[in-house]
Write a protein that binds this ligand. Sequence first.
Ligand SMILES: [Zn+2]
Length: 84
Amino acid sequence: MKTTRVDALHANEPQYCTGKPCKQGHLAPRSTISCECVACRKAWMQHTQARTKALRAHFKTMKIEGVAVETRPILTAALKRGWA
Ligand SMILES: [Zn+2]
């Protein structure tokens, strides 16, 4: 694996590893395209998926129980975006 982003770009490799820890202290490879630490990206994805799941469950409960009129636009917007 290449140690610099430029080398990885020239070699057309998806990841490179500098050997230095990221801001969060991971010693993981980085994405050549976005420069993101792979471990940070994975942690962020897990966080987002957990949040989406919780929101979906919350809105599902709201749908079952019935919600106040003033919160319906928020629920509608969430449904349109696929959060509920
Ligand atoms: Zn990281």
